[in-house]
Design a protein around this ligand. Structure first.
Ligand code: FAQ
Length: 334
């Protein structure tokens, strides 16, 4: 009996079978991408694809969760009961978006505790925009109009992302984001139809949010290390600069209706290109914010950490309840 030879032969056969399965999986994966079909959790996928999706979806989920903070700052101070109810509903929607996104990321094999941990220890990124403060009521208008507006431009193409659970989550998220954008526009419109002080408040807020909103699309294409591969995998459908251009083209006529001035002296229609030209952004500010040195990075992460710690008893209770339910189901089966 030659056990060593048998084991080696078995290992070789297993490796060969795994290789054949990988080759077939890769062929099918490439076919799915070529035919604009969805890749589902049970399908074979390259490790890099899986990691890229986990990175992007979890960052996106974290952005929704951290993005609740700048607006929740105004729930208790909203100028009327109607505004308070609308703002509460919007912030709740953002919590919901975070949960859909975390669920989509979980289908790729990362658990929620790991994602939460990365967020509260400052290891995970979330959108730069939520590190800016909201000192005035008009900021609720600017967040809706500019931040949700940028989010829609970026996220409508994500409804066609190649990964099924992410694309399906995005369909619902985008419907809610477009409502959010309109409510922000309406806040600013009402302020711009108000007193001089209200008009000034709206303009001052737009002045602060405009450039950071343009930076939400990420660095210029030549400095975007992930774009090329993400576009080849049908994760990103347009480059950062293309989406930024679309956003500016969308904003200019809306700013005219509002009567606000976009704070960019270089902004003008370019007949030849069929687009608006706009000025350079201060990318050093973007990198400062990403490095944790934005106006509100510290407070955003520490608030989230506090909320997570304060919610420990809820997680414990939910776990105990789930265990009791499972136990009673086992009792019924036995
Ligand atoms: N902030 O190579 P790229 C919302 C990072 S949700 C922070 O171009 P990629 C709803 C990037 O992660 C807003 N980091 O990267 C709402 C990468 O770093 P890494 C969030 C940024 O992934 C509204 C590095 O720079 N939306 O607003 C940012 O191909 C109102 C190099 O960049 C999404 O997440 C940034 N702005 O493209 C909630 C949409 N930009 O990871 C409340 C999905 C870039 O290699 C109130 N995400 N970085 O260490 C995406 O489309 C993409 O991930 C991009 C970045 C476009 C954000």
């Amino acid at each position: 009996m030659n056990t060593t030879t048998d084991v080696t032969t078995d290992a070789r056969a297993d490796a060969r079978a795994a290789q054949i399965a990988d080759e077939a999986g890769e062929r099918r994966f490439n076919e799915l991408l070529a035919s604009e079909s969805r890749v589902e959790p049970s399908d074979w996928m390259p490790e890099g694809y899986r990691k890229t999706l986990i990175r992007q979806i979890s960052q996106h989920g974290h952005s929704e969760i951290i993005g609740m903070q700048p607006e929740s700052n105004w729930i208790a101070r909203a100028p009327s009961l109607k505004r308070k109810a609308i703002l509460m509903a919007k912030v709740q929607d953002e919590a919901g978006h975070g949960l859909y996104l975390y669920s989509a990321a979980q289908t790729l094999g990362v658990d929620r505790e790991t994602m939460f941990d990365q967020l509260i220890t400052g290891k995970a990124k979330y959108s730069s925009i939520f590190n800016y403060t909201t000192p005035t009521w008009a900021d609720m208008g600017s967040i809706g109009w500019l931040v949700d507006g940028a989010a829609i431009c970026n996220q409508v193409p994500l409804c066609r992302v190649s990964y099924g659970p992410y694309g399906r989550a995005m369909v619902r998220i985008c419907k809610e984001e477009s409502f959010h954008q309109r409510q922000g526009f309406e806040i600013l419109l009402e302020l711009m139809r108000g007193t001089d002080a209200q008009k000034e408040m709206a303009q001052e807020s737009v002045n602060r949010w405009y450039a950071p909103a343009l930076m939400m699309f990420g660095p210029p294409d030549e400095d975007s290390p992930n774009s090329k591969q993400s576009m080849a995998w049908n994760i990103k459908r347009f480059s950062n600069d293309d989406l930024r251009q679309r956003f500016v083209d969308m904003l200019v006529p809306q700013a005219e209706i509002l009567g606000v001035t976009l704070p960019d002296a270089a902004l003008r229609w370019n007949e030849e290109r069929g687009h608006y030209d706009f000025g350079d952004l201060d990318w050093s500010e973007f990198h400062e914010v990403l490095a944790g040195r934005g106006p509100a990075n510290t407070i955003r992460v520490s608030r989230r950490r506090e909320a997570h710690e304060n919610g420990a008893w809820v997680r414990e209770a939910a776990r105990a309840y789930a265990d009791a339910q499972a136990e009673s189901r086992r009792g019924l089966v036995a």
